[in-house]
Design a binder for this molecule. Structure first.
Ligand code: ADP
Ligand code: ADP
Ligand code: MG
Length: 664
């Protein structure tokens, strides 16, 4: 076995490979670009090498730099992850030349499957069933159009070099073929520098079912069952599960054996996936083979109890497959969702930004979270915007889906838009849970899956209001503003009105603090008695009359206001604070005596007056930073400044006398 490997990737897959390597006592080397200097995978690895600027083509796609990094650090092997250089035969060859093991299949096998057209020719020979279509070399538009007519519309045009759903066009009728072909070729040229295409029958309501295969260098090859990846958007996977719903053992065996035949036909070694497109009646056709570890491999690991990265390492080091075909069993059901920083309501447009608050589901024996980010990290435009994969294992499909829906409801992300609500809607959709599975599911059920979110209810309004009020609660012993019990000293006697903007509507909540530490809240639904306590994990436990619930309120200042994201009852809502509590209240604290005192503990960040200055009522005196907000303190009346007791940068306690005035 290797003693040190380099991972030529980033994000969750780099972290996931490091985890297995660590368990096996193998040292790891990470590589990183400028944007990833402080990334999680860099922190997790034993060593890390900077390989260039943020764009992938200037860093993660630079074969020479990566090989040099492996040499320099003494790594014996390179794990390419997925994407980037993972299916680049040239890179695999360059590794071999440098005396470094490429943890993947032999270069000719990568090459054979690199073109979907060439792959189909090989599969045809191996007697693996193919979708009716044309995958020849002649690319003249007339011939392709004629072939489309022979196949029968609708047809699908695909880039031979394609991946990630790029260069793909569905054509419904002959009249639209020429335009679609030109579009597919343009996209293929731009994405893959190769505009060769193939044409195949476009199946209606198909399922994407793929088989995990594994082969070693001793002639052993087996399949680790199937994954159903039919829930897709724009031909890209969103939810994956194993085993496939309604799969009968005979069909499983047939597909598994076809996949093994495909792998054997190209002298395969390592982990690979043979993707099939299947009709609802179960008939299936070869689509493509991905010669690497797949994004969705964890569902296979969950149902088989195996670690596929460990298998990859064993095979790459020349070992035998750890098990034989008849030693493999399916245990229960596993489902994976891809939590993306993207906006489903804007055609899945990626969303970038800093993850100011991030609470992913907690890992347990049956819940796995693969992620490459932490709270505070930034989702940049440079790479795939996946935040995490969440995987659940349960005894059956219904239970797994129910669990996943609940986990998506508990997932809290502030700073970027995510597809969490859509994932929850999918996993709790009666049709999907009932076994309706095909690649058109999301589009067909668009109206129910993308239902307009409800306005904030009283619980959410109460939570945001109480969180807002807690910001003014001075800390008892500690300086941590979150480490508070209930009680409210600052605005002792009075009442506060907190105004929220909830989408289009504006809502005011009146809060009265009582002596016993509770609050009287006037909410849209009526008056309620409220108590709040902040748990050590930052969540708020709120009691509204007799009803107790836990909630997270994450505060996020933006360019044009302060947002409060409230997570409660499995959903979330972002409320914009209107007219934050301002200086007028602090004036009240200051008036009645010859001095202005600090209304809350904080730091002086600006002084606008000095001793001897004449000031008029309402004129700003100084700026105090407290609770991550700036508070301007103004003169309570006309007068002359006698003393300024603190300097910029100094920390002041609550009630400290800041500015003293001349008598009168
Ligand atoms: P899968 O079937 O595993 O989703 P894809 O071919 O769609 O396979 O892509 C696998 C992953 O590789 C994607 O999730 C994406 O993050 C990454 N990927 C795809 N294309 C590229 C690319 N050109 N450069 C870098 N990463 C890519
Ligand atoms: P990629 O390399 O982008 O992964 P694939 O050939 O694997 O391309 O196809 C991606 C997706 O496109 C499939 O999962 C499926 O949803 C859809 N698709 C591919 N071929 C067909 C087809 N013949 N009929 C209907 N849908 C198809
Ligand atoms: Mg594919």
């Amino acid at each position: 076995m290797f003693s040190k490997i380099l991972i030529a990737n980033r994000g969750e897959i780099a972290c996931r490979v490091i985890k297995t390597a660590r368990r096996l006592g193998i040292k790891t080397v990470a590589v990183y670009s400028d944007a990833d200097r402080n990334a999680r995978h860099v922190a997790m690895a034993d060593e890390a090498v900077h390989i260039g600027p943020s764009p992938a083509r200037e860093s993660y796609l630079l074969a020479d730099k990566i090989i040099a990094a492996a040499r320099h650090t003494g790594a014996q092997a390179i794990h390419p992850g997925y994407g980037f250089l993972s299916e680049n035969a040239g890179f695999a060859e360059a590794c071999a030349k440098a005396g470094i093991v490429f943890i993947g299949p032999p270069p000719p096998a990568i090459h054979a499957m690199g073109s979907k057209s060439e792959a189909k020719k090989i599969m045809e020979k191996a007697k693996v069933p193919l979708v009716p279509g044309y995958h020849g070399d002649d690319q003249s538009p007339d011939l392709l159009a004629k072939e489309a007519g022979r196949i029968g519309f609708p047809v699908l045009i695909k880039a031979s070099a394609g991946g990630g759903g790029k260069g793909m066009r569905v054509v419904e009728e002959a009249a639209k073929f020429a335009d679609a072909l030109a579009g597919a070729k343009r996209e293929a040229k731009a994405s893959f520098a190769d505009d060769h295409v193939l044409v195949e029958k476009y199946l209606t309501r198909p399922r994407h079912i793929e088989i995990q295969v594994f082969a070693d260098s001793h002639g052993n090859c087996l399949y680790l069952f199937e994954r159903d990846c039919s829930i897709q958007r724009r031909h890209q996977k969103v939810i994956e599960e194993a085993p496939a719903p309604n799969m009968d053992p005979a069909r499983r065996k047939a597909m598994g054996e076809a996949a093994v035949a495909a792998a054997k036909a190209i002298g395969y070694q390592g982990a690979g996936t043979v993707e099939f497109i299947a009709n609802q009646d179960g008939t299936f056709y070869f689509m493509e083979m991905n010669t690497r570890l797949q994004v969705e491999h964890p569902v296979t690991e969950m149902i088989t109890g195996q670690d596929l990265v460990e298998w990859q390492l064993v095979v790459a080091a020349g070992g035998h497959l750890p098990l034989t075909q008849d030693q493999l069993r399916i245990d229960g059901h596993a489902v994976e969702v891809r939590l993306y920083a993207e906006d489903p309501n804007r055609n899945f447009l990626p969303s970038t930004g800093t993850l100011v608050h991030l609470r992913l589901p907690a890992e347990t024996l049956n819940v796995r979270v693969d992620t490459g980010v932490r709270q505070g990290d930034t989702v940049t435009p440079f790479y795939d915007p996946m935040i995490a994969k969440v995987i659940v294992h349960d005894r059956d499909r219904t239970s797994a889906m129910r669990r996943m829906a609940a986990l998506m409801g508990e997932t809290e992300v502030v700073g970027v838009t995510t597809n969490a609500a859509l994932l929850k809607a999918l996993c709790s959709h009666p049709a999907f849970v009932g076994g309706e599975v095909d690649t058109g599911f999301i589009e067909r059920h668009h109206d129910t899956l993308f239902a307009k979110p409800a306005p904030a209810n009283d619980r959410m309004l109460a939570a945001a209001t109480l969180a807002r009020l807690l910001e003014f609660e001075p800390a008892a012993q500690s300086n941590d503003p979150w480490d508070l019990k209930n009680g409210f000293r600052l605005l002792e006697a009075g009442h506060d009105e907190v105004r929220w903007k909830d989408s289009e509507r504006e809502v005011a909540v009146i809060a009265r603090r009582r002596r016993d530490g509770s609050f009287g809240l006037e909410l849209p639904g009526g008056p309620r008695d409220a108590r709040v306590e902040r748990r050590t994990d930052g969540r708020l436990v709120i009691r509204l009359d007799g009803d107790t619930f836990a909630t997270t309120v994450a505060r996020r200042p933006t360019a044009d206001g302060v947002d409060y994201a409230v997570f409660a009852d499995g959903t979330s809502r972002t409320l914009r604070l209107v007219d934050p509590l301002d200086v007028t209240q602090y004036e009240a604290v200051a008036s009645g005596e010859g001095a202005v005192r600090a209304p809350l503990p904080g730091k002086i960040i600006d002084l606008r007056v000095k001793a001897g200055d004449k000031v008029s009522k309402g004129q700003p005196l100084l700026v105090l930073e407290a609770m991550k907000m700036e508070h301007t303190l103004a003169a309570p009346a006309d007068g002359t400044v006698k003393t300024v007791r603190y300097a910029v940068g100094e920390q002041v306690a609550e009630g400290a006398e800041l500015v003293e005035f001349e008598d009168g």
